[in-house]
Design a protein around this ligand. Structure first.
Ligand SMILES: [Zn+2]
Ligand SMILES: [Zn+2]
Length: 671
């Protein structure tokens, strides 16, 4: 779950060749923006201008602080450049030529600028490896050091808009100068551009932080609990529990078994998994140091020993110069003191808050001898993990420090892999149907064979296993016609990875969940099963979490449904409203509430004497899913008048029929 827009790694030529049409448009628009800014402020110095998730930016240094008030002027100049329809021309140059042009201020400029060299371009040149071609892209008078690719002409940029200004350090390093970062976005045409901003406007209305507060779903109590640690209020907890119930039922039917594990583990766990000492250290909370009673006893002994050694050490003075033997004894003496001090320092155990559930599940696998007959073994748990995210990165429910994960680990043989992996995919698709998620794609990340060894190593050095598992995964995706996008070089360190990206109803993209294939960590933990031929073999492990974490998934659902949850998920499912407070009528209404609650329906009554229209309005405002209005006529007929939030009145129906329908809709999780 890492997405960091701050400083993308330098793109390789390979990455660049895969830039999509839209990314090319956006990156080209960054050049057009630079052209426009230079027309207004010719002294501007540009650094880097890549496409990003929903647009592009360009970093620049300029004494004038650009503010959104400047955007119309810049956009005017950009329109001129687009209208001129200049071609983007690529020129390959030698390094010497590039350095010369940068020194003359020509790169990232409209002309030579004596006394104002293109200093950031000079720095960027240093990052281009020997042997990689050095190229310029030229549109009109503007020349930039750039590996491309670009669209053919500036006129190919159909619609664009500048959106934001921020600051950033050159190359993301705070020791470097601080630059202004101007953000914008661009699309093939104006229609798409307008649709994008309409979507953003709609997303703002549906902001999970706003609706979450309005509906009383969660709070983040930074003062007493801490940033990034949401507290689920009763109405939010209801949604979390409904999701958990869905997961438990689905997983039970699919042959999973449930486990429960503690929230902490010894350092040894993560040293074994490989998350420590380096790989994952920055994402984990700092350790807790614990001295057990026996450690304290030992510390006492050692301290006493040190005291004793200090008292009995050899003593020399001018009248009593040491011999060689004396010196040797003294050295031994000091050595013993240092050894005792070292032992004191090493006493105790470091515990970590768990940042992932896998190692705990691995130890459950290892808890007893396993036979091939037990495989596939599917261990499931809604486990809570703690990850250290920098406070500036925290964002409502979407970026948090405590996460309840719909986790499971499937241990299987290589022969079972395809079927298991496919069953996981089918589970995803089943969930997508329930939640009305129509657009999704599996982002399939593979390893980079050049990064298995050496200083730059990023993946476990098991070339055979990488090839085998990647081949298996891709075959399953293809055979089952699952939409996927291949992304090289982004696998987990222990195996290929699939990030599931979904689009909310308003067309915003979310990464909700990850599937990973792991052929390395079970080996590190020494996990084995006894196979048919009586030999010990290491199982494959599939990590999967289709519903992601409660935090992110509920954040997504709030936007997706705009807070109007379907009946089965709605915190307030039913409210029975009386027309007046006649005793008989109230008793009738109470009976309905009781019957519903006896069937686990979240029902409540509003029996006040307020006007019925006011009561309905209140229930609508609270997004109560179904309102059952009862008046004298309903009482006589044994009926209720049904209203559904956002849909209005559905008319009067027999009470028993309405209750039966509600129960069936909840059971079937009707959308
Ligand atoms: Zn470029
Ligand atoms: Zn896992």
């Amino acid at each position: 779950m890492q997405s960091n827009e701050q400083q993308p790694e330098r793109k390789t030529l390979d990455d660049r060749s895969r830039m999509t049409e839209l990314e090319r448009i956006r990156h080209s628009c960054a050049h057009v923006m630079a052209t426009a800014i230079l027309r207004i402020w010719p002294e501007a110095q540009f650094a880097a201008g890549p496409p990003v998730e929903s647009g592009f930016y360009y970093d620049l240094e300029l004494p004038h602080r650009i503010s959104p008030e400047d955007f119309p002027q810049i956009e005017e100049e950009m329109k001129k450049e687009i209208k001129a329809n200049h071609p983007f021309e690529r020129v390959v140059v030698t390094r010497e030529q590039a350095i010369k042009d940068a020194q003359s201020g020509r790169l990232g400029g409209l002309s030579e600028r004596p006394g104002n060299p293109s200093k950031f371009k000079l720095g960027n040149l240093e990052d281009i490896p020997e042997g990689e071609p050095i190229s310029y892209y030229k549109n009109g008078d503007f020349i930039d050091l750039c590996a491309g690719p670009h669209v053919m002409r500036t006129g190919n940029i159909g619609g664009f808009k500048l959106t934001n200004v921020a600051s950033a350090y050159y190359k993301g390093d705070e020791r470097n100068p601080q630059l202004q970062r101007i953000y914008g976005t661009a699309f093939k045409n104006k229609t798409e551009l307008e649709a994008h901003f309409k979507m953003l406007e709609e997303a703002k209305k549906r902001d999970h932080r706003k609706i979450g507060a309005e509906l009383g779903l969660y709070v983040i109590d930074t003062e007493y609990v801490g940033p990034g640690l949401p507290l689920w209020l009763p109405k939010g907890a209801v949604i979390a529990e409904e999701l958990e119930k869905l997961a438990k039922e689905t997983e039970f039917a699919a042959g999973y078994v449930r486990v429960k594990t503690p929230h902490i583990a010894k350092e040894k766990m993560y040293l074994t998994s490989g998350h420590l000492p380096h790989l994952y250290k920055d994402s984990m909370f700092p350790p807790m140091e614990l001295l057990e009673e026996e450690d304290l006893v030992r510390r006492h002994e050692l301290e006493a020993k040190i005291e004793m050694l200090k008292r009995t050490g050899p003593y020399f003075d001018e009248g009593n110069p040491p011999t060689e033997d004396d010196l040797e004894e003294s050295r031994q003496h000091n050595k013993s003191i240092y050894a005792a001090l070292d032992e004191i320092r090493a006493l105790g155990t470091r515990y970590y808050l768990k940042a992932m559930n896998c190692p705990h599940h691995h130890r459950i696998f290892a808890a007893q001898p396993r036979s091939y007959r037990e495989l596939p073994l599917r261990l499931a748990e809604y486990g809570t993990n703690y990850r250290y995210e920098q406070s500036g990165e925290l964002f409502g429910l979407m970026r948090v420090r405590s996460l309840s994960m719909n986790d499971a680990h499937i241990y299987c043989t290589p022969e079972q892999f395809a079927e298991e992996f496919n069953a996981v995919n089918e589970m995803y698709i089943k969930y997508f149907k329930i939640f009305g998620i129509e657009k999704y794609v599996m982002r399939y990340s593979t390893h980079d064979p050049s990064r298995l060894t050496g200083d730059n190593a990023k993946f476990v050095n098991e070339p055979e296993l990488w090839n085998q598992t990647e081949e298996m995964v891709e075959r399953v995706l293809k055979e089952n016609k699952i939409p996927y996008k291949k992304v090289p070089n982004e696998a987990a360190f222990y195996g290929p990875k699939i990030d599931v990206q979904v689009w909310s109803v308003i067309g915003r993209e979310f990464t909700l969940a990850t599937n990973q294939v792991d052929f390395a960590v079970p080996k590190r933990f020494g996990l084995v099963y006894r196979d048919k031929d009586n030999t010990e073999k290491t199982p494959l492990c599939i990590h999967r979490a289709p519903l992601g974490t409660h935090e992110r998934f509920i954040g997504f659902l709030i936007e997706h449904y705009a807070g109007n949850f379907p009946l089965w998920l709605a915190p307030d499912q039913v409210r029975v409203l009386t027309v007046g407070e006649d005793e008989q009528l109230v008793n009738y209404a109470r009976g309905i509430v009781q019957e519903l609650r006896a069937n686990m329906v979240r029902a409540e009554g509003d029996y006040t004497n307020d006007k019925i229209n006011g009561k309905i309005q209140q229930a609508e405002q609270a997004k109560v899913h179904t309102m059952l209005v009862v008046g004298q006529r309903d009482l006589q007929a044994g009926a209720v008048s049904v209203r559904v939030h956002g849909k209005g009145s559905l008319g009067a129906k027999p009470k028993s029929e309405v209750i039966a329908n509600l129960l069936a809709d909840i059971r079937d999780r009707v959308a």
